[in-house]
Ligand binder design. Structure first.
Ligand code: SF4
Ligand code: SF4
Ligand code: SF4
Length: 279
């Protein structure tokens, strides 16, 4: 059964323990943060920060009981949605991204040629590129597939002090989400974000305010993976040719660098000829 996570934003207190746990488990470095007036820290996802917690000041209308207009904070943890039909995977012409039966959408840096089509195809703007590295790769949340394989829950879910992140089987979490909405209709909007968006995702959300007010894209129920593949076909052949040439050159350079590093570590006999590998 596919695994998923139910993220209940009404329980999130914006502590960012999930963000710290993600960095700790995945050995991601800290990032310099700026006082940019937003409260977000770090403010956006990057190759070094796979999950963020965004802060939203929501205006509350005057109540029928006579309370004046006020405001409330809503916090939103964001990361890869682990789509049921990932557009990133269908846009990748070398199969470097794939959906696993357990749920996580995973990336194989050995296959990646650096074209970054996945970044363009993802409707959530998730994949990030290691711009700071000489041999860059794509980076994103893995749903802690390594922990799941060991029978553990994802690091962010384990760290959350308010149980805002629940890990389990997708169908059971959808039932749980509906149960919470039915039990407290005044507390939740009647929508489980991720249940149907773009054909569904394994990251499911509950919220007290409409998701578009929190920056979640308004997507239909139609799968986007088909269009990602078609969009690639629509790219003019000349551009594909130049892109393929650039990507091929990039891939060869990158493989050379990888093999030089391997040779330094294990000796030159451990490394095959790059030309043989390309052929
Ligand atoms: S959110 Fe984006 S990167 Fe993640 S699985 Fe979906 S399409 Fe791929
Ligand atoms: S599931 Fe794992 S990789 Fe993804 S945000 Fe949570 S801790 Fe990070
Ligand atoms: S650890 Fe839980 S409560 Fe804290 S920011 Fe993350 S989701 Fe919200």
């Amino acid at each position: 059964m596919a695994k998923a996570m139910l993220i209940d934003l009404t329980r999130c207190i914006g502590c960012r323990a999930c963000q710290a746990a993600c960095k700790q488990w995945n050995d991601l470095p800290a990032e310099q943060t700026r006082n940019n007036g937003s409260y977000e820290n770090p403010p956006r996802r990057s190759a070094k920060t796979w999950t963020t917690v965004t802060f939203h000041e929501i205006t509350q209308p005057p109540s029928e009981a006579g309370e004046e207009e006020g405001f409330a904070w809503v916090f939103a943890k964001r990361q890869c949605m682990h789509c049921e039909h990932p557009a990133c995977a269908s846009a990748c012409i070398v199969g470097a991204l794939h959906k696993t039966p357990d749920g996580p959408v995973l990336y194989d840096d050995k296959k990646c040629m650096g074209c970054r089509y996945c970044m363009i195809a993802c409707p959530y703007g998730v994949p990030t590129f290691e711009w700071h590295k000489a041999v860059p790769y794509i980076r994103k949340c893995t749903m802690c597939a390594d922990r799941i394989a060991l029978g553990m829950e994802p690091a962010c879910a384990k760290a959350c002090p308010t149980d805002a992140i629940q890990f389990g089987e997708r169908e059971a979490l959808i039932v749980e989400g509906r149960k919470r909405i039915k039990a407290s209709p005044a507390k939740y909007v009647d929508h489980i974000y991720g249940e149907k968006e773009a054909g569904g995702a394994d990251m499911l959300y509950l919220s007290s305010v409409p998701f578009n007010e929190l920056g979640f894209p308004e997507l239909g129920e139609e799968r986007l993976d088909r269009y990602a593949g078609l969009a690639m076909l629509a790219v003019p052949p000349a551009i594909v040719g130049v892109t393929a040439l650039m990507a091929g050159t990039y891939w060869i350079i990158k493989r050379r660098e990888q093999m030089m590093a391997q040779a330094a570590a294990e000796g030159p006999e451990a490394v095959e000829s790059p030309e043989e590998e390309v052929a």
